[in-house]
Design a protein around this ligand. Sequence first.
Ligand code: FAD
Length: 420
Amino acid sequence: MARTDVIVLGAGIVGTSVAVHLLKRGLSVALVDRGGAGEGTSYGNAGIIEGNTIFPAAFPSDWPTLLRIAFKRSPLANYHLAFLPKIAPWLLVFRAASQPERLVETAQAMRPLFARAVAEHESLSLESGAAKYLRRTGWLKLYRTEAAFAGLKRELDLAASLGIANVPLDRDAARALEPSLAPVFRHAVHWTGAVSVSNPLALTRAYAARFAALGGLSFTGDARSLHRGGTQWRVDTASGPLDAGEVVIALGPWLPDVLDPLGVKLPLAVKRGYHRHFRPQGNAALARPVLDAENGYVLAPMEQGIRVTSGVEFAARDAPPTPVQLNRLLPAAHELFPLGEPVESQPFGGKTWLGARPCFPDSRPVIGRAPGQAGLWLACGHAHWGLTLGPATGRLLAEMMTGATPFCDPQPYAAERFTR
Ligand SMILES: Cc1cc2nc3c(=O)[nH]c(=O)nc-3n(C[C@H](O)[C@H](O)[C@H](O)COP(=O)(O)OP(=O)(O)OC[C@H]3O[C@@H](n4cnc5c(N)ncnc54)[C@H](O)[C@@H]3O)c2cc1C
């Protein structure tokens, strides 16, 4: 039986970043996953380190958008009808948190984490030999209609007051940045401070390699074996049982598999999302990710090709894939950019990848102690921004666990907001 100070469950971008930060503060750390580092949700995202994020994705407030979603005509969202009764309570809380004044509150609560996001990736990628995966070219959001662009006013005003850099562009100026885009849009905003990643899997693997180089140990094991043995926590691994006084659960969408049996119920839901890679035609290329705002998809240049990522799908986490949104958005994507042949989603094979964004209804993660469970910590629910916030979360949680002064007030991310 092996013993360590801390066991981190889940080697996604969040767990791996937490593990590195704990190790650097002098603790012995074991990182446990049933697969390889970064092969879960952290593999398939759009690769955007969105330190610029102001408002979270919100429940639609206008009837035309809602009706298009309800009639399954919109690429923005899909749902499994049989799942609606289950997700309805969560959706009601999400809708309440989408009121304009609540969105401003969320923006303020999340700002310290987002403000730190790019700098934490910069330094971790540098020490991990992974800076080559980071592109400092910002990201570009496109608007096809005047109405959609006009709807940005509040966000751009808040960005100005918070000092978040962006450059509104007309069509020609945007196409000067990205000449392969067709002139099917009217306006764009270039968020110049955002950074993007050309291979999110390689980035998490590099952070895991850094963890190993610093003396961290990785184990293959099933996190669901977590149980208490006296004052210690124990997890069974392929190398035998592992004991620690403290455990961090960083299982992304799989959090409830371990937390529910312990009697801690948190309102985590998933917003599923898909991607598919395409070869660009001829010399077409993108220097940065591009969002087609009204159609809710991103074209993200990756080492594998152009990764087209979908909007959200409300369905049971483990229900079979239903990638209908890709079919709905692909005509718009082909119109915008010369996509060529689809490419396999390496290294996992298959043309369409399905992932599950782990989301709390107030669009904030949980970072901190698990209520009522001594020695148990949580780093989960990073929704649309897990890649962005992984390293900043790692720093914050490691500071909290080692009694250092946290770089920001962790109170907005406490699990107790759901259990009080
Ligand atoms: C289509 C799409 C696009 C996205 N785009 C972006 C983006 O551009 N920018 C951004 O910041 N975020 C983006 N996200 C969100 C981001 O990918 C997630 O928030 C993030 O990957 C979550 O990381 P994690 O480490 O919490 O979870 P994961 O990466 O899922 O890691 C959890 C780990 O737990 C392991 N695990 C699960 N169960 C067990 C078990 N029983 N035993 C052992 N191990 C277990 C898994 O194997 C996995 O490695 C996107 C998501 C999707 C779906």
